[in-house]
Design a protein. Sequence first.
Length: 403
Amino acid sequence: MAQEMAGNNAKESPRYTLTEVLQTALHQGLAVAAWRLPLQPEVQLCVSFTPQTTQEIPTLEPSPAGFLFCPFQADAVHPHIFLKADLSFSSITGELTQSPDAPDSQAAAFFQALENGVQRQSTNWPFPDSNPNQSDRTEETFQAAVSLAVDLIRAEAMEKVVLSRSHSVPLPDSFELTTAFEQMLSVYPNAFVSLTAIPGIGTWMGASPEVLVSVDKQQVFKTVALAGTQPASEDGSTANAIWRQKEIEEQGMVERYVLSCFKKLRLREYTEVGPRTVIAGNLMHLRTDFKVDLKEVDFPTLGTDMLRLLHPTSAVCGLPKEPALQFILANEGYNRSYYSGFLGPVNSAVGTHLFVNLRCMQLLETEAVLYAGAGITGESSPDKEWQETQHKLQTMFKILAEF
């Protein structure tokens, strides 16, 4: 079996490299996801021979090990996607292992290609079946949408809405996918760094600061309320962070929304820490952490239940959710697709860890589409909200600038 092939020479370290496995998967046109959890040394990767799609948010608890890649709002073009881990790789051991129920013939073909060194050929990545509906808004049109949102919020039609935009830039001639991923790993140690490449769907890279739902191997559930943005200081310190009332209120809204979800589930046994200032790349945010010890609280489906209540969170949609969502659909001018959706490993060796798909870009054949958004409240300034999106775009600009 292919699994036995992977175990040969187990004492050698590493057996394979991340680049070898990733490029082989891309060369064979297979769905692949690679990721690293915040502040962790290990990079993990899974290869899926047959991705599964659904219009409903998947149930987490009985799921086999794999990787979820889910949109802001599911539709026929952008479904929820589950990549079952037919093959799993760890950068710590260098081992590539086969799932017991993965097709032997496909696994054997993959290992043969890996041994033959096909990964040394040029790296290509999958593109979406149809070009994304991009916004590429000007400063003037984005600020006009912000002004309209502020007017509606002040008229009490909603409390908050998150407006986003996309921005297309040519890919540098020297751009190389695996090198870009390695640069993200190095530059953003505090973030969830990911690369997802799925035939027909496309290729996305990102360095997200925001946990959506996490259940670790110790059965501790976690989520966060993250909002408010300002540039990080050059020395990397949070000591001089000064938050405006607008940002404090925005973070408070997200925090109250998490608490309202707990209340709907009649969950009272949780711990709450924050808000505190955290650094994510070149930015600072306000963050409150929530934890539930599932060994002490009898709530085995909390991960799935909270995921379905939270998404899309008030940090990427708004409050109340329905009027904010309708405003977004009517006024953003493009389909977010997988931007501000969620992604991450499910039932992996270290648990389930889903993050909001922020600070990300989609790779097309000759260009990259970058995404950023800003939370709008009644105190928002259109100019400052534009500047916030500019700052957030720098997370991926910084990676492209290395080429």
